[in-house]
Design a protein around this ligand. Sequence first.
Ligand code: NAD
Ligand code: TYD
Length: 347
Amino acid sequence: MNILITGGAGFIGSHVVRKFVNKHKDYNIYNLDALTYAGNLENLKDIDDKPNYNFIKGDIVDANFINKIFTKYKFDGVVHLAAESHVDRSITDPLAFVRTNIIGTVNLLNAARDLWKDSYGQKRFYHVSTDEVYGSLGDEGLFLETTAYDPNSPYSASKASSDHFVRAYGETYGLPYVISNCSNNYGPNHFPEKLIPLFINNIIENKPLPVYGDGKYTRDWLYVIDHAIAIDLVYHKGENHETYNIGGFNEWQNIDLVKLLCRQMDLKLGRTKGTSEKLITYVKDRPGHDLRYAIDASKINKEFGWRPSVTFEEGLERTIDWFLSNEEWLNNVTTGGYQEYYQKMYS
Ligand code: NAD
Ligand code: TYD
């Protein structure tokens, strides 16, 4: 089996590549990644010499290139994670999200359809998506697989569009696909533009912790390795043309999460209790900020017995430990272009 994993040098993709390479030794894994600011081969240095691992540098927006690699490697399956993934960046540059998340996805769908159309058999196109396509919840309720799409940010609109294209290729061309929509991930290798790794980095550097609005926004957090386990299950056991919601059963208001993080960081850094909390700074809200996301993950739980394997407190502690013992990784990604982004975003 030749499996293409796109975006494998990124945060979630690197954990998925590692899982597939280590667990499925009879598969050849091809990691295709453009190595944007978010892609980092350091994330895979423990597996890059494995005989069943291959890296291809390339852009999913380049249709000719995508067709060439599909013809050359004759992929039996695709796990598609490559994307522009940060909501704040989508507000400043929506077209980058249209290009990668929509056009890039359609390029992959075209190549898969053309290569597979005479023998769909065991082939599978797995599209990895987000719960943000469902829009915002009020104080009550959970996102189900049947919840209507209602995206509010350019990021979630581009992911919603790509989900629709995947479904349309299933209906129109019979392409065998599965989709999963997951809640917020956290863990090792998380790029420090997202809430948890950004705040870990700022606490280490004694910089302000910019909480948007009143901090009462709610997210459902899942440890990234549990997401990778779920992706492996859905890839192998999911029904064709089905969607699976993946979540942490773990809702936190941002401000409560940030206070927990501050307490854990004070302990790890040997700082006096309350030191990091003093860095909390309320800043201007994100435009179109979704109030609450929360997933009903009972379908994947009932069908495959999947549940998160760690509590949030454990997962957060493991994450902090990883960042504190990978200072060089953090230094490498927070120099250069990152500084420019940070100045523009938070000055
Ligand atoms: P990330 O930004 O950390 O990684 C994205 C990867 O895609 C990077 O390695 C980047 O180099 C690569 N990439 C970007 N544009 C590309 C292009 N044009 N061609 C080839 N490669 C390209 O993202 P992530 O957080 O790991 O998210 C991975 C996927 O999971 C995305 O599709 C995202 O929508 C989805 N998702 C993320 C979360 C989350 O909490 N991070 C939650 C649910 C779903
Ligand atoms: P983020 O990690 O960007 O994920 P998403 O927007 O995809 O949910 O943000 C998580 C929550 O944290 C979200 O409600 C926005 C908030 N947030 C801040 O308050 N300050 C920040 O600097 C960032 C990056 C996010």
